[in-house]
Design a protein around this ligand. Structure first.
Ligand SMILES: Nc1ncnc2c1ncn2[C@@H]1O[C@H](COP(=O)(O)OP(=O)(O)OP(=O)(O)O)[C@@H](O)[C@H]1O
Length: 265
């Protein structure tokens, strides 16, 4: 019972209810329902073309569902734009992060600050002291977040010097700047070397220990097994099954879905 009490330890942060998304004749997401519970790291796996990225786009608000509902902390956000969902505590990283190459790391992270007066020309003109004070606070916070993701020593370097794996860490710091309740992570392990992968796994654990919930799309099953208590499997736009990483890896339907994908590739 207490599992679903609003605000309780296992309350749903993000809910998909019978979500459908069509692209012309193709049903990329077909009647998918699930919950991401407060404090968990939930995995989302499935073969190429399963509909995982489309599901992320729907949850984040980059695209809208053809039908069905998306709830963020119990509020129906199905028709809301992405920036409004960010304001409600939903963060998202991209498979291929694209920081502004000529800005420093700290400047890139500061760009993600919410509600700065500096964004408003009038405020800048009328209350420059407040804008300066807010920028100082944002700079301190961005510095702390770069420390959290082990990039503090590069804080004043331009983002173009970063490797692919370091860009993923910068992306995590950027998302954290908006104080998210939940972060959607899109393939954080893709293209990352083994050493940096360990850093990314550690940082995700640290951020999760601060009470932040994660939904993780990942093809690297070792990472999923190490981070996720619960895993959802999608195939052909539908939710195939749910369980621990070990359970789903043994499930004949999952094996069949991956083998079918490999045969079709
Ligand atoms: N904008 C779009 N227009 C038309 N079809 C699309 C669009 N976006 C995705 N699709 C199709 O929807 C299906 C699901 O794609 P999606 O990218 O969500 O899968 P995925 O599980 O994320 O795959 P991968 O693991 O390869 O990233 C695919 O058949 C894809 O071609």
């Amino acid at each position: 019972m207490s599992e679903t009490i609003e605000g309780g330890p296992r309350a749903p942060v993000l809910t998909a209810k019978h979500v459908v998304r069509r692209f012309g004749g193709l049903v990329a997401v077909n009647d998918v329902s699930f919950e991401v519970r407060k404090g968990e790291i939930l995995g989302l796996i499935g073969p190429n073309g399963a509909g995982k990225t489309t599901m992320f786009d729907l949850l984040a608000g980059s695209i809208l569902p053809t039908s069905g509902e998306i709830l963020l902390n119990g509020v129906n956000v199905s028709g809301e734009a992405a920036h409004r969902r960010i304001g409600r505590g939903l963060g998202r990283t991209f498979q291929i992060p694209r920081p502004l190459p000529n800005l420093t790391l700290i400047e890139n992270v500061m760009l993600a600050a919410q509600g700065q007066s500096g964004e408003r020309l009038l405020a800048n003109f009328l209350t420059p002291w407040r804008v300066a004070a807010e920028e100082k606070v944002a700079e301190t916070k961005a510095g702390e977040l770069l420390e959290l993701v082990a990039l503090a020593r590069l804080a004043h370097e331009p983002a173009r010097v970063l490797s692919g794996g370091q860009r993923k860490l910068l992306e995590l710091a950027r998302v954290m700047m908006a104080d998210p309740a939940i972060i959607l992570l899109d393939e954080p392990a893709a293209g990352v070397n083994a050493t940096l992968l360990e850093v990314i796994i550690d940082r995700i654990r640290d951020i999760n220990a601060r009470g932040i919930t994660f939904l993780l799309i990942e093809h690297n099953i070792d990472m999923v097994t190490r981070l996720c208590d619960r895993v959802l499997v999608m195939a052909g736009g539908q939710l195939l099954c749910e369980g621990t990483a070990d359970e789903v890896a043994r499930d004949p339907r999952v094996i069949e879905a991956y083998l079918g994908g490999a045969a079709a590739a």
